[in-house]
Design a protein around this ligand. Structure first.
Ligand SMILES: *[C@@H]1O[C@H](CO)[C@@H](O)[C@H](O)[C@H]1NC(C)=O
Ligand SMILES: *[C@@H]1O[C@H](CO)[C@@H](O)[C@H](O)[C@H]1NC(C)=O
Ligand SMILES: *[C@@H]1O[C@H](CO)[C@@H](O)[C@H](O)[C@H]1NC(C)=O
Ligand SMILES: *[C@@H]1O[C@H](CO)[C@@H](O)[C@H](O)[C@H]1NC(C)=O
Ligand SMILES: *[C@@H]1O[C@H](CO)[C@@H](O)[C@H](O)[C@H]1NC(C)=O
Length: 787
């Protein structure tokens, strides 16, 4: 643009030079006038008549006129006044451009004679143009790293005016970074240069808007402006920055995977790629990489694998933020893992005694330790066992506990304890662990065997087969094992005469009792002995029980007729007066039975009679009576056979033969009386006292006859009786003889039959009076056998 301006200027200079050459040929002298441009049309410039020395008339007569060199009619000559006036407004810039001075050459032509006058009009500049920039806006890109003092050439403005009215100065709007330096090109043209005065900072001021003003030298000066837009180009002059160098975050250890822990965010003041931050772990351990992941773009840190407070309580993570230009910054993230109660207490058994003896007190059952890996309350523990057990826990060293028995235990009441050790922590929720111990109580021989009964009574039939099982005793022992194994034995009899060893035996293992031989009720009706039960403990414990064996009678004895004697040297003959009334008591058959009970109940029955119908026998008492009145026709001698039968099964019987002689005379019952007083015993004679007593008959019973037979068998020479019978001499006390005539006695008596077996101990004996104390061995004499 400047170049074009220069060219135009030169063309005009050439033209002006040419015009001047042409004029100089015509006239050497020229008149000079000047006028300011833009002066109004018709304005007076000069009075030519006076200046040329011509008269008014001469001008008009000689046809004076003004001819411009450029043939333009800039000027007008008033022929009447001779004044030269402006024919148009002159624009200096149009006429001369930038050339200065601006001169319009013209001739004043006169005819008759032809005469030329050269003249020139100087068009003077006025400040009628402002400086102007071709562009309304100028964009300049300047890097922020540009050093101070750097200059930037600016486009210059144009001002068509010349001289002092032309462009003189440039100014820039006030700012803190630039000032304007004017550069003079030497051809009177000036250029503005922007000089960096203070460093730019893209981050603070990415762009500046300045106004460049061009000023001319007019008075007043005119100006033109343009906007200078300065774009400050960024350089990576900023590293990313973290708002804090240390981040701290607390994370529950049960945080689900994938959860966001924190988002770290750094700032980078740079723009564009230089401001793009990527986040990474810096020098991270394997643990950290495994557990966390970081989003390189957003800086979000997420949980990748589960946390475990018990393994790692905190992580120190270095995080690096790097911008696109490679600048980086670091910060530290402290992740504190917060414990949650995720570990139940643990019980570790150090020693355990599964079996303790029952009599031991405060015995150590178990030694164990507890632990909980959680922290705080989550790790504090309470240890307990059931309340209702005779055991207790005792804290010992640190977290060690002992489990002890409280007191001596009784295996027999409980031989097994299930102890549950419960350890509970105090966390939320509470976690607990149980450990079960089964403690067995071992036996100590603290219980003697116990018989099921303190005494046993066994019944046996007599005449049993030898080795017969007659019964059992049984004892139990509450202990266990060998302490409970019971052995039975017979204890030595209290009566040293009892031949126990030959009577019974016991099975040591099961307590079964056996009769060793056949028992004879008539010889031994009952006997007692003690049995012992002993366990196999150490020391052994034992107990005893009484066994009473009652021999049950068997009907093995036939009735024995005591009266009348059947084979006495003098067989009895009963005398009956012929005058006897019917029912006269002839005699009474007296019999005994060695058995007892039913087996000894006797009944009488008339089996044969010389004269049937004359005599009758009372079935129950053996009384023989006349059945009718006697007469002279009845024979004198009678023979009766009476059957005596017991009530056993099968019944046994005996017969007795009675001789009856009918006589004339008295009608008293016959009683054979001893010939001599008892105390003066006739040793040669067998003396028999028979006392027959008939008890009164009550209204309730058919009859009740109590018979007392006192038999005194005295024989000096035992051989006469085969050595079988031996009856003590003399009266028995309390024996009463009734001879009132009714044949009845109101008092009962006992009879005693003494059958001594001499030297033969094996023979049984009926012995002893009732009045005497019972012998200890229980060998009793039966009292008044009932009918
Ligand atoms: C240009 O203008 C500035 C500010 O107004 C002034 O200080 C300076 O002297 C001027 N320069 C000229 C050559 O007039
Ligand atoms: C327990 O019983 C055993 C065997 O009888 C005995 O040796 C021991 O002394 C008893 N202990 C106590 C504490 O009584
Ligand atoms: C102890 O536990 C065992 C096994 O569970 C069981 O068989 C036994 O009956 C329990 N004993 C007691 C006394 O509870
Ligand atoms: C311990 O015993 C209790 C009660 O018998 C039972 O409920 C529990 O399941 C047992 N615990 C273990 C670990 O065997
Ligand atoms: C009676 O006779 C029987 C058999 O005839 C005989 O066994 C018995 O010993 C005799 N008794 C007396 C007392 O003579």
């Amino acid at each position: 643009m400047e170049i074009r301006g220069v060219l135009t200027l030169r063309k005009r200079q050439v033209l002006i030079f040419f015009v001047l050459l042409g004029l100089s040929e015509a006239h050497t002298e020229s008149v000079r006038y000047s006028v300011a441009e833009e002066t109004e049309i018709g304005s007076f410039v000069a009075n030519l008549a006076r200046d040329l020395g011509l008269g008014m008339e001469e001008l008009s007569s000689r046809g004076a006129r003004v001819v411009s060199d450029d043939n333009e009619k800039h000027l007008h000559l008033d022929l009447l006044t001779g004044d030269l006036l402006l024919n148009e407004k002159l624009d200096r810039e149009e006429l001369c451009g930038s050339s200065e001075p601006c001169v319009l050459h013209f001739q004043v032509v006169l005819e008759n004679p032809l005469q030329f006058f050269r003249a020139e009009l100087h068009v003077k500049d006025i400040n009628d143009h402002s400086p102007a920039f071709l562009d309304k806006e100028i964009l300049i890109k300047i890097s922020e790293s540009t050093t101070i003092g750097t200059t930037f050439l600016m486009e210059s403005a144009q001002d068509l005016d010349v001289g002092s009215n032309s462009l003189q100065n440039y100014t820039i709007s006030p700012n803190s970074h630039f000032y304007i330096k004017i550069r003079d090109s030497g051809d009177r043209k000036i250029y503005p240069e922007l000089v960096l005065d203070r460093a730019l900072d893209h981050e603070k001021e990415p762009e500046l808007r300045l106004t460049l003003t061009a000023l001319d030298g007019g008075s007043p000066p005119k100006s033109g402006t343009t906007l200078v837009l300065i774009e400050v180009l960024d350089i990576n002059d900023n590293a990313p920055e973290f708002p804090q160098s240390l981040y701290e975050v607390q994370v529950l250890e049960d945080t689900p995977l994938g959860s966001r822990i924190i988002t770290i965010s750094a700032k980078d003041l740079d723009a564009g790629n230089y401001g793009k931050i990527s986040y990474t772990f810096f020098h991270a351990s394997e643990d950290i990489r495994k557990t966390f992941e970081i989003n390189t773009i957003s800086g979000e840190i997420n949980l990748r694998s589960s946390l475990d407070f018990e393994v790692i309580q905190s992580y120190t993570i270095n995080i690096q933020a790097t911008d696109g230009g490679g600048l980086s910054e670091k910060c530290t993230l402290l992740v504190k893992v917060i414990d949650i109660n995720d570990n139940p207490p643990e019980v570790t058994m150090s020693s355990i005694t599964k079996t303790i003896p029952e009599n031991a007190s405060e015995t150590l059952v178990a030694l164990f330790s507890v632990r909980d890996q959680d922290a705080g309350d989550n790790g504090r523990m309470v240890c307990s066992i059931q309340d209702d057990l005779p055991f207790f826990l005792k804290p010992t060293f640190k977290n060690f506990f002992t489990l002890l028995s409280e007191k001596a235990l009784d295996r027999e009441s409980r031989d097994e304890y299930n102890i549950t050790i419960t350890v509970t922590d105090l966390g939320t929720p509470r976690l607990q662990t149980q450990y079960n111990i089964t403690v067995l109580i071992s036996d100590v021989n603290d219980n003697a065997p116990a018989f099921t009964q303190t005494s046993y009574t066994l019944f046996v039939q007599e005449n049993n087969s030898p080795a017969l099982h007659i019964g059992s005793v049984s004892a139990t022992d509450r202990d266990s094992g060998t302490n409970a194994q019971v052995t039975y034995s017979l204890l030595p009899p209290q009566d040293p005469h009892l031949p126990l060893a030959s009577l019974v035996s016991i099975n040591a293992d099961n307590g079964h009792l056996f009769a060793l031989r056949s028992l004879d009720y008539e010889a031994l009706q009952a006997f007692e002995f003690r049995v012992g039960a002993t366990d196999r403990g150490s020391p052994a414990l034992s107990s005893e029980a009484l066994v009473r064996v009652v021999v049950v009678d068997d009907n093995d004895n036939s009735p024995f007729v005591l009266y009348p004697l059947q084979n006495g040297s003098a067989p009895c003959t009963e005398l009956v007066p012929r005058a006897a009334e019917a029912g006269y008591l002839v005699t009474k058959v007296v019999a005994v039975d060695g058995d007892s009970g039913q087996n000894a109940w006797l009944s009488f029955q008339l089996l044969k009679a010389t004269e049937p119908g004359l005599f009758s026998v009372w079935a129950h008492n053996g009384e023989v009576r006349t059945a009718r009145r006697l007469s002279e026709r009845d024979a004198a001698k009678h023979r009766l056979v009476v059957l005596v039968k017991d009530n056993g099964e099968p019944p046994l019987s005996a017969t007795v033969t009675l001789h009856v002689l009918l006589v004339d005379g008295f009608s008293q019952p016959y009683l054979p009386l001893p010939e001599a007083a008892p105390d003066q015993a006739q040793d040669d004679l067998l003396t028999v006292y028979l006392v027959i007593a008939l008890a009164s008959v009550s209204s309730l019973f058919l009859f009740s006859v109590l018979l007392l037979v006192a038999v005194r068998l005295c024989r000096r020479d035992r051989a006469a009786l085969g050595g079988r019978f031996s009856v003590p001499e003399g009266h028995f006390p309390g024996h009463l003889v009734d001879i009132s005539g009714t044949g009845t006695l109101s008092q009962s008596y006992q009879y005693e039959v003494c059958l001594t077996g001499g030297s033969e101990a094996s023979e049984f004996k009926f012995l002893k009076p009732v009045i005497l104390n019972l012998p200890p061995q229980g060998n009793e004499v039966e009292k008044a056998p009932p009918f």
